[in-house]
Design a protein. Sequence first.
Length: 163
Amino acid sequence: MCRIYDKYRESLLVVAMALTGNISEAEDILHDVFLNFARGLDTFKLTGKLKAYLAVCVVNQGRNQVKRMNCRRTVALDQAEMCITSKPGPLTTAVANEQLRLISEAMIGLPIEQRRVIALHLRAGMSLSEIAKQLRLPVATAKSRYRYGIAKLRSAVEKEVTS
């Protein structure tokens, strides 16, 4: 169990951060997912990739937490970036932190359905057809959620950069 946690922790934490925008909430989600996973190991049957399964669990747990809190907060994603990368130089860190802040704010502004698909595709490395299968959606729906979400992200980031 520890090896699985160590192997997937960083990528799953990034997925949770993309959904919540808060490092503490993302860590809580990750711990809840692994706790539930450990509790159900005796009846667990893997039918696909473990990383994809865990990523979907993180997305679902994140969605539930966002619904429970019924609010959208943006907290600096730079905390997540500092936790999961080596020590870059100050200029690199400043630029990366600003980029992460912009993207985090834009992600939090997306509808949860689009946010889920984008996080699973970009952060968990799942294909759109894998996402559609895991979320029980038509592939066309997953593709359109991704396309519209990316367009909204581009628009929000460009708007922020030019203003």
